[in-house]
Ligand binder design. Structure first.
Ligand code: IMP
Ligand code: MG
Length: 179
């Protein structure tokens, strides 16, 4: 997978992410406190680091499930047609569901996924995205909680990839081509 050479400039530090997740977890506990039927649904693969840190800040009884929707492939452009590649293992009818996304970009993925899960009649359906790029939106939609709004830059790290690389960076960085 040859790519133009690039470097990664840090945009959000690991420390800032951790601090923001503590705040988000407090808000989420308020929303779902007192329930014992919460299912936290991570969208593969980009949300795997975020969901791991988020659920460990939630001292609530939670179940974790995963869904995979088609996305960028190996490029930098969003495919507007969203398909479900891997479905949930568990039932969500009558459950409280929190969908965890890495980035809301055009909005097509989260729009499609919430429509799809909504047909299964969860008691409550909420969404959280670590990052939001409002400048790129094509579908009017906002996650119920957002970690950080960022400019229209291609970012990697903390679970998020460029052509499957850089998911293991502990911070969020932006890709800058050097040629
Ligand atoms: P949307 O359907 O355009 O909102 O795109 C959502 C998906 O595109 C996200 O879940 C990411 O997987 C991917 N994506 C969007 N922006 C970026 C980026 O800057 N870096 C890496 N992946 C991205
Ligand atoms: Mg994604």
């Amino acid at each position: 997978m040859p790519h133009r050479p690039y470097v990664i400039d840090q945009l959000i530090s690991a420390k800032s992410i951790a601090a923001r997740i503590e705040d988000l977890a407090r808000e989420i506990k308020t929303e779902f406190g007192g329930t014992d039927k919460l299912v936290v649904v991570g969208l593969l693969r980009g949300s795997f680091v975020f969901i791991a840190d988020l659920v460990r800040e939630l001292d609530l009884p939670v179940e974790v499930d995963f869904l995979e929707a088609s996305s960028y492939g190996d490029g930098m452009e969003s495919t507007r047609e969203v398909r479900i590649l891997k479905d949930l293992r568990g039932q969500i009818e009558g459950r409280d569901v929190l969908v965890v996304e890495d980035i809301v970009d055009t909005g097509h993925t989260l729009h499609h996924v919430t429509d799809y899960l909504g047909t299964r009649h969860p008691a409550k359906l909420r969404t959280i995205a670590l990052l939001d790029k409002p400048a790129r939106r094509e579908v009017p939609l906002k996650a119920d909680w957002t970690g950080f709004e960022i400019p229209d830059e291609f970012v990697v790290g903390y679970g998020i990839d460029f052509a499957q690389r850089n998911r293991n960076l502990p911070f969020i960085g932006k890709v800058r081509f050097t040629k």
